[in-house]
Design a protein around this ligand. Structure first.
Ligand code: SF4
Length: 494
């Protein structure tokens, strides 16, 4: 995948994409604001969510072991996967052991993160997505572009065309004379998917939460398709990131209030499915839980960046982000787009690629993402922290080992500018002289910076230099000797 600026340069020129995104994100964000405003204790709930997540992450080893014990006692089998390759190997083996060549899937970000569908395909196993938006993405041979609405970049006309031309290749064809009416499109998907559900022997899911005290997994969704995947097959394999564990049912209560209002602006989630191991005569006979690390414990080692692991994937931050709204989800080159993707992807990947180094810059740092986040992740703080790592390098944890990473390529000018700024702020005389010189030479300041500085001014206006520096203005209006806090306070009293 190209770095974010290159991908965004293409996507921002796509008028139809921008129109689809503008309409969808504005609709969802307005509804969310109303749903949140209904609760007088929203900020207390938000703090409670952040506290529970922080506590769990601090004692992650304890809660994961408790979870493993509870899942095993309930008849399930727990597998530990250090990375994507190991997780894919485990799931492929488990499917092969059933003798099946097809699986049905509940929408799952973790399986997108590890590229499970592609791994299964290489092993000769077909994976069918059953979430409506994921189905649209799969039939269109496309990639998801939003956490909650993966086909947000498609409008109704495009979806009708995808169904009409592609459904037949994957199973039951679209009905004759299909229109772009939402009810018609939903019915076409229902008929197509019903066949899959009734034939499926193996289901693959993710989970929104895992309750350590009982070994229960929880999936929240809006369509009910997920519930069919979770209950009809004989074997269920759930691939879940280790950070999804919560200690108790009581803790779950907080998130089942925070998530629906933040994501779909609903007071309560339409379908909340929970399952604990296996039960004779009810649901899958075999249940496997694959606990996925894939960079999560490395992220946990970073004192600033670890807050990204609180994320409950509600997508509220995407819907308010001005950068996401214009660039679209594909430009982030990851299953996690938008503000959360800009801080999570580089950390999970240990900042290994050019794309990773570009993502912390995919933000205007306006802070809207932090305002709406139901678990109070300070996304701007993490973005700045990661930018520092990109420019300066530093010590990080990679696969459990403390490692020093070099600065990313292409940031030498930024590094030099920051060093020069730090030195100038350390020398007040130089800062004063520089301010005066800039004011006197203001007419000679170009509209565009030359050389590496042009990367900055190509997309921004250079601020105008004022005719007088702030220090000179202060001295002129308040008189000499009024620079200290005490003198100013005395002046205010008089
Ligand atoms: S970072 Fe916060 S707002 Fe964004 S998806 Fe995660 S929980 Fe939701």
């Amino acid at each position: 995948m190209p770095p974010f600026p290159q991908a965004a340069e293409i996507s921002t020129k796509d008028e139809r994409l921008r129109g689809n995104l503008r309409h969808a994100t504005h609709t969802i964000r307005d509804k969310r604001a109303k749903a949140v405003a209904e609760l007088t204790d929203w900020s207390a709930l938000r703090s409670a969510g952040a506290r529970v997540k922080d506590h769990t992450l601090r004692h992650l080893d304890h809660y994961l072991e408790q979870l493993e014990e509870a899942v095993t006692a309930a008849g399930g089998t727990v597998h530990w996967a250090a990375d994507a390759e190991e997780a894919n190997r485990i799931v492929t083996r488990l499917v092969r052991e059933t003798g099946e060549r097809e699986v049905v899937k509940v929408k799952s970000m973790a399986t997108q993160e590890i590229g499970l569908n592609e791994a299964l395909e290489r092993a000769g196993i077909s994976a069918y997505e059953t979430d409506l938006a994921e189905l649209i993405v799969q039939l269109g041979e496309d990639h998801p572009s939003h956490i909650l609405v993966p086909a947000i970049h498609r409008n109704r006309g495009e979806i009708r065309e995808i169904f009409r031309t592609r459904m037949e290749r994957w199973g039951r064809a679209a009905p004759e004379g299909l229109t772009d009416d939402p009810a018609d499109l939903a019915e076409a998907a229902r008929l197509h998917l019903r066949e899959k559900f009734l034939n499926a022997k193996v289901g693959v899911s993710g989970a929104n939460f895992m309750v350590a005290e009982s070994g229960t997994l929880v999936v929240v969704e809006s369509e009910g398709n997920g519930r069919m995947c979770l209950t009809l097959p004989e074997t269920l394999i759930s691939v879940v990131g280790v950070e999804k564990v919560v200690p108790t049912w009581r803790d779950l209560e907080v998130f089942l209030q925070l998530l629906p209002r933040s994501s779909t602006a609903e007071r309560m989630n339409p379908y909340t499915s929970t399952w604990t191991g296996t039960t004779e005569g009810d649901g899958p006979r075999r249940f496997h839980l694959v606990l996925l690390d894939n960079g999560r414990t490395d992220t946990l080692a970073d004192q600033v960046g670890r807050q990204a692991l609180r994320c409950i994937r509600c997508s509220a931050c995407l819907n308010v982000c001005p950068v996401y709204e214009r660039a679209g989800g594909h430009a982030y080159g990851s299953p996690y787009p938008g503000p959360i993707g800009a801080i999570l992807t580089p950390q999970l990947d240990s900042m290994e690629t050019e794309l990773d180094a570009s993502l912390p810059y995919a933000s205007s740092l306006c802070g809207a993402c932090y305002e709406v986040c139901p678990v109070a992740i300070d996304i701007p703080e993490v973005l700045v922290h990661l930018r520092e790592r990109v420019v300066q390098g530093g010590t990080v944890t990679v696969r459990g080992q403390r490692t020093t990473v070099k600065p990313a390529r292409g940031h030498a000018a930024e590094r030099a500018a920051m060093r020069a700024a730090a030195w100038t702020f350390d020398h007040p005389g130089v800062l004063r002289a520089g301010g005066r010189l800039a004011s006197r030479a203001r007419r000679m300041v170009p509209r565009r910076l030359p050389g590496p500085g042009s990367a900055w001014t190509d997309t921004r206006d250079l601020p105008e230099v004022p005719p007088e520096s702030f220090r000179d203005w202060w001295r002129r209006t308040r008189g000499p000797g009024t620079g200290s806090g005490s003198a100013r306070r005395e002046g205010d009293v008089r």
